[in-house]
Design a protein around this ligand. Structure first.
Ligand code: ADP
Ligand code: GLC
Length: 477
């Protein structure tokens, strides 16, 4: 089975969030199961420089009036063939992949046209996919372009990693995007008078997937569908939630190159050293028995971190510590910066993006909080489980599917793996933080049992990769 994933992030070259981790791991896991999975990304500088031995692999016809562009083919560090759309006019720019310079419709519209060309005409060596999987709105036009009548075409799957980002553009760009006026209707790309890239993917793909079973249900309801719940409910039979996995080669406390001190479930005491090193590096008081709560996250509205800000004083009052690694919304950055200034030694903040620090936080913190208002899957809580930091999460999306609250029942039957709260308000989060502190201080043995249980969970990619292959198999007949 030949598969082409079309996306805009891939670890370790271009990473904003979890999408990069998924694109680094899923195709590799599918190859391990025998599928010929490849990926196509824009030729961002970090990829052109980071992938060794790139060779020309064919050309696209005229890309939205920019002239032809070529494909380069190489292999990622894990051996997955990767096509890069080499088009310096669009992608040779400073900043992250989503830096807006007023022409993102062209950046991602071109990616879709190039993907459609590769998927129908094949590369210079004659390779052509049986199935194309488009990831998030940036690839949303791919299923639409491939659904146009014409010669034989591969099947298409639209994978939604986040409903909060849809790619909306004025209808006046329809012609420039090369889209037929006929697709601008409520059953197609039209969304309240605008062009909606994600909607195009959902409307025209043969199948739709999203990254957890609970999120698949949530997005069919008005509260979770971000305006597309009607369409998603209509396509309910074609929509599947497949939980993301974890690449344990990358995320493991026994081998992560970012840790000085390695450990596993048998050697949990080594976490204490990691905690101390972390406290020292971040300017927190070096106290061993203070519960250390941490956040590693994009600072975006949907992550619910305003609820954490509202609990800073309470955490300090509980004699706990708070450590935040995140970058994003200016008001959240300002809030956490101010919190660190007000509580030196108790609250520490790093407003950058630091892969290594993310690992060291997971290895040293006692609790990792993911209080999201919405969370399609969430990877941080899965990483926390493996590192022996107890996840404290809101019951939504993939968080609901992966963490078992330490309530009376689960403590008795031995299934608890973390702390879960329901209502997204600061009091309920505070109460849950209080519960975590109490267990940490009053029952260290129970705490260790929960840590060990979390570390033993297997969220590896094999099962999810198999589920995708089964779905493709049914689709391809
Ligand atoms: P999302 O994709 O919505 O951001 P996920 O939980 O799926 O959420 O994935 C987040 C990924 O991004 C994780 O790998 C996490 O470690 C990483 N991450 C987020 N913010 C930072 C940061 N400031 N520094 C380093 N890694 C970060
Ligand atoms: C998105 C979601 C996150 C998910 C990630 C990878 O960025 O916000 O929940 O884990 O994609 O699928």
């Amino acid at each position: 089975m030949r598969l082409l994933h079309v996306a805009t992030e891939i670890f370790p070259y271009v990473k904003v969030g979890g999408l990069a981790d998924v694109l680094a791991a899923l195709p590799a896991a599918q190859r391990a199961l025998g599928a010929d999975a490849r990926v196509l990304l824009p030729g961002f500088p970090a990829l052109l420089q980071g992938i060794p031995g790139l060779e020309p692999a064919g050309a696209t016809p005229d890309l939205m009036g920019l002239g032809p562009a070529r494909f380069l083919l190489g292999r990622t560090g894990t051996g997955v063939p990767i096509y890069l759309l080499d088009c310096p006019a669009l992608y040779d720019r400073p900043g992250g992949p989503y830096e807006e310079s007023g022409d993102s419709h062209r950046k991602f519209g071109s990616l879709a046209w190039a993907a459609a060309a590769l998927a129908t005409a094949g590369d210079a060596g004659g390779w052509r996919p049986d199935l194309v999987q488009a990831h998030d709105w940036q690839a949303g036009l791919v299923p639409l372009l491939l659904a146009q009548p014409g010669g034989p075409r591969p099947r298409t799957v639209m994978t939604i990693h986040n409903m909060a980002y849809q790619g909306l553009y004025p209808r006046t760009l329809l012609a420039e995007l090369g889209l037929a006026p006929g697709c601008f209707n409520p059953g197609g790309v039209e969304f309240y008078g605008k062009i909606n890239f994600l909607k195009a993917g959902i409307a025209y793909a043969d199948r739709i997937t999203t990254v957890s079973p609970t999120y698949a249900a949530e997005i069919q309801l008005p509260a979770g569908g971000a305006g597309l719940d009607g369409l998603l409910a209509q396509r309910s039979r074609d929509l599947t939630g497949i939980l993301n996995g974890v690449d344990y080669h990358v995320w493991s406390p026994s081998s992560s190159p970012h840790l000085e001190i390695h450990y596993d479930a048998k050697l949990l005491s080594a976490r204490k050293i990691n905690k101390n090193l972390l406290q020292r590096a971040m300017g927190l008081d070096e106290v061993a028995d203070t519960p250390l709560f941490a956040v590693v996250s994009r600072l975006a509205e949907q992550k619910g971190l305003d609820l954490v800000l509202e609990n800073v004083a309470y955490l300090v009052q509980l004699n706990a510590q708070l450590l935040v690694l995140g970058t994003g919304a200016p008001e959240l950055e300002a809030g956490f910066h101010a919190a660190a200034l007000s509580h030196p030694g108790r609250v520490a903040v790093d407003l950058g993006f630091d892969e290594g620090l993310a690992h060291r936080i997971l290895a040293g913190a006692d609790v990792v909080m993911v209080p999201s208002r919405a969370e399609p899957c969430g990877l941080t809580q899965l990483y926390a489980l493996r590192y022996g930091a107890l996840p404290l999460v809101r019951r939504t999306g993939g968080l609901a599917d992966t963490v078992v609250d330490a309530d009376a029942q689960s403590m008795m039957d031995g299934t608890a793996t973390g702390f879960v709260f329901k209502e997204p308000n600061p009091w309920i989060l505070g109460e849950t933080i209080g519960r975590a502190c109490q267990l940490y201080r009053q029952d260290p043995r129970a705490w260790v049992r929960i840590q060990r249980r979390g570390m033993a969970q297997d969220f590896g990619w094999a099962a999810s990769a198999r589920e995708y292959l089964d779905l493709y198999g049914r689709l391809l007949g």
